[in-house]
Design a protein around this ligand. Structure first.
Ligand code: SF4
Length: 121
């Protein structure tokens, strides 16, 4: 049996959860709603995170562009995601919301720009 305590981050109430794993069965206590139960089980079985970072840009007025994954990726895949992004060199101009890469590190999740970056000339 495995027990973890965590804070639910699905809303500002921040309920304190206790998640118990017994074989393939999960029990969540401390949650005020169903979303907290879902969060606790997800966090215990396969924690997911949105990755926020920046990538180098070719030909932009700024050398980098801030970006984030369009959805959360498995926490265990974040190192692979960051390694893949270190190789990425999108070309300016870049528009906020633009997809800079698809299926990053085989996660099925895209990378999107969170800022504009005009071409240098
Ligand atoms: S359990 Fe429900 S009410 Fe509590 S923090 Fe999570 S989402 Fe909010």
């Amino acid at each position: 049996m495995e027990v973890k305590e965590m804070t639910c981050i699905r809303c500002p109430m921040g309920c304190r959860l206790t998640v118990t794993k017994d074989g393939d069965n999960y029990t969540v206590t401390g949650n005020t709603c169903k979303r907290g139960e879902e969060y606790g089980i997800q966090e215990m079985s396969c924690p997911m995170r949105v990755v926020t970072t920046s990538v180098r840009v070719i030909g932009g007025v700024r050398p980098v562009c801030s970006c984030k994954t369009a959805d959360s990726v498995p926490k265990a895949a974040i190192d692979d995601v960051l390694k893949a992004l270190a190789q990425l060199r999108p070309v300016a101009p870049i528009t906020i919301g633009q997809v800079l890469a698809e299926d990053i590190a085989g996660t099925g999740v895209s990378l999107v720009a969170t800022a504009n970056n005009r071409a240098a000339n």
